[in-house]
Design a protein around this ligand. Structure first.
Ligand code: SF4
Ligand code: SF4
Length: 77
């Protein structure tokens, strides 16, 4: 049986196929007011460093490749 190697409940996910952090993009990190996001330099990908998201959305809106997806909890919609 395959096992998930990461939490599926992370509110912010980054599509590794789309993220261009390896080319120097840091837009999502720069726009996040809470410094929730960071760049994993080894993998060349943005990732969620702290689960403290406020669902303010600029990371998803401003990512130039549409790699960021913010899953807003049902109760906040
Ligand atoms: S803004 Fe998008 S492409 Fe740029 S580092 Fe963040 S997730 Fe990757
Ligand atoms: S939704 Fe807002 S708080 Fe959450 S990761 Fe994106 S910019 Fe940061």
């Amino acid at each position: 049986m395959p096992l998930a190697n990461h939490s599926s409940s992370m509110p912010v996910t980054v599509d590794p196929e789309k993220c261009i952090a390896a080319k120097g993009c840091t837009v999502c990190v720069d726009v996040c007011p809470l410094d929730v996001l960071a760049i994993d330099e080894a993998r060349g990908l943005a990732y969620m460093r702290y689960d403290e998201c406020w669902y303010c959305m600029p990371c998803e809106a401003d990512c130039p490749t549409g790699a960021v997806k913010v899953a807003i909890p049902y109760l906040l919609r």
